[in-house]
Design a protein around this ligand. Structure first.
Ligand code: AMP
Ligand code: ZN
Length: 470
């Protein structure tokens, strides 16, 4: 089935056909490493992870680049506040960010091998700015360089903003701004006293934020590539400026599909550092939340729907995930739990229907709510039938295959925890089963207690069968 995605550029859903067969070149704007990322940021990174995992599930080979913005207004201000070198300051938050990606089971960018840092690619940025100056799209003023917005007639095609005025020579120097008056934006900023700087044809200075992404994406993925994604706040000015700089320099279309996720909100407002209404991943882990419940909560709402964050919502996600994990474990560990197989295949076609519905929903602009609904309907319909002995060996292998395939896209049930319980866990579990059969209930309770301290859920079914999941 051909995937379809909403393309911000055309403003409609389009069939997704990469330039080069089954190869997808994808760029996602990475974090600005001036602080710990908050879970609003991770809503976007998890949406991008879903997109990548879904494409990979359809046998696309995704070449995924994500930059690390380690030089901009905010990182420089942060390092100055602490009185440490920029590199030392950003390294700390880059490491923390990579750790958070792993904790949330987000697939790491693979092209080039790891996330490129902006400060390591300054020469390509300078080269791109030089080209813009040579072709009249940029000009120098007081050792800074600006992009001449009215030299690019298509400016505004992504954000659909019509420039109010087009004042030649009006300029913005800050990386982030909301003005729509056609001011020229900065590509290279002249060094200020005490700030980190690099040599350039215009004297010492540093790149603006927008040019970083144009230069790095085109360096690693080529002048025209398939997907560029980010949160909705990046549409203007960041992505609009990226298009202007890149297309003005190469005269080729820059990106074919632009995908943007809606914000994570708190009481109707964007979660952000400046509003102070944010949780970092670490805050929530400190409150005892399982990272997979956090992943699930951020993943389960369609990426183009606003999502209001509450701790109650996170509790609901935790419960939904608990049911899913218990079911998953119950199927995968059918024999470990001491169940027998039926002689007749009864559930194979249900599993195949699930596969069709789940992946069909994702092909439709990543309709995750519909995909999850079909998964939970399947769980509801088959759970009791499995427990009452309706599972044949063939059913078992088919259901296991489909569940694993769905989970490879969702990434919420770390598989290694299920196929093979560690030896001590198996022993506690066996000991508890025996204690129950022999009616040594206080020993059985102790084993349950021990397993729950180690993070395992334990439950009992009819006929002495007991299940376990982490
Ligand atoms: P930054 O580190 O600010 O450059 O942001 C990194 C990514 O997080 C970008 O793709 C932003 O669009 C995204 N982002 C920032 N705030 C939110 C939010 N409240 N909800 C969803 N995505 C966000
Ligand atoms: Zn960017």
């Amino acid at each position: 089935m051909t995937p379809q995605f909403f393309n911000t550029l055309s403003g409609r859903i389009e069939a997704f056909e990469p330039l080069n067969g089954k190869e997808v070149r994808m760029y996602t704007c990475g974090p600005t490493v001036y602080d710990y990322a908050h879970i609003g940021n991770f809503r976007t990174f998890i949406f991008e992870d879903l997109l990548r995992r879904y494409l990979e599930s359809q046998e696309f080979r995704v070449l995924h680049t994500m930059n690390i913005t380690d030089v901009d207004d905010k990182t420089i201000a942060g390092a100055a506040r602490e009185g440490v070198a920029l590199e030392e300051y950003t390294r700390r938050f880059t490491d923390a960010f990579c750790e958070d990606l792993n904790t949330l089971n987000i697939r790491r960018p693979n092209h080039p091998e790891s996330e490129p840092r902006a400060t390591a690619d300054i020469p390509v940025m300078i080269e791109l700015i030089q080209k813009l100056v040579e072709t009249g799209h940029a000009y120098e003023s007081d050792c800074s360089v600006y992009f001449r917005v009215n030299s690019f007639p298509n400016y505004g095609k992504l954000s659909k903003k019509r420039l109010e005025k087009n004042i030649t020579g009006a300029r913005v120097d800050s990386d982030e701004y909301e003005k729509e008056d056609g001011s020229d934006f900065v590509l290279w900023k002249a060094a200020k006293e005490g700030e980190p700087s690099w040599e350039s044809p215009w004297g010492k200075g540093r790149p603006g934020w927008h040019i970083e992404c144009s230069a790095m994406s085109m360096k690693y993925l080529g002048a025209t590539f398939d997907i560029h994604a980010g949160g909705e706040d990046l549409v203007f000015p960041h992505h609009e400026n990226e298009i202007a700089q890149s297309e003005a320099a190469t005269t080729k279309p820059f990106v074919r599909y632009w995908l943007h996720s809606k914000h994570l909100l708190v009481d109707g407002k964007k979660m952000s550092k400046s509003e102070g209404n944010f949780y970092t991943l670490r805050d929530l882990l400190g409150r005892g939340y399982d990272p997979m419940a956090i992943r699930y909560a951020l993943l389960a709402t369609h990426y183009r729907m606003p999502l209001n964050f509450t701790l109650e919502g996170l509790d609901a996600a935790r419960n939904a995930l608990k049911d899913l994990k218990a079911f998953y474990s119950s199927v995968i560990n059918h024999e470990v739990f001491g169940r027998r197989y039926s002689a007749e295949d009864q559930l194979m076609s249900n599993a195949q229907d699930l596969e069709k519905d789940f992946f069909g929903a994702l092909a439709d602009d990543l309709n995750i709510s519909k995909a999850l609904a079909s998964l939970f309907t399947f769980v509801g319909e088959t759970d009791t039938r499995i427990k009452s002995g309706a599972l044949s060996e063939q059913d078992h292998s088919e259901i296991s295959r489909v569940l694993k395939r769905c989970n490879q896209v969702l990434g919420v049930v770390p598989e290694e925890r299920y196929g093979d319980f560690p030896e001590d866990i198996r022993q506690w579990h066996e000991e508890r089963k025996c204690a129950r059969i022999e009616k040594r209930f206080s020993s059985a309770d102790k084993c349950r207690q021990k397993l729950s301290e180690l993070g395992y859920i334990v439950w009992d079914e009819a006929d002495g069968i007991s299940g376990i999941a982490k």
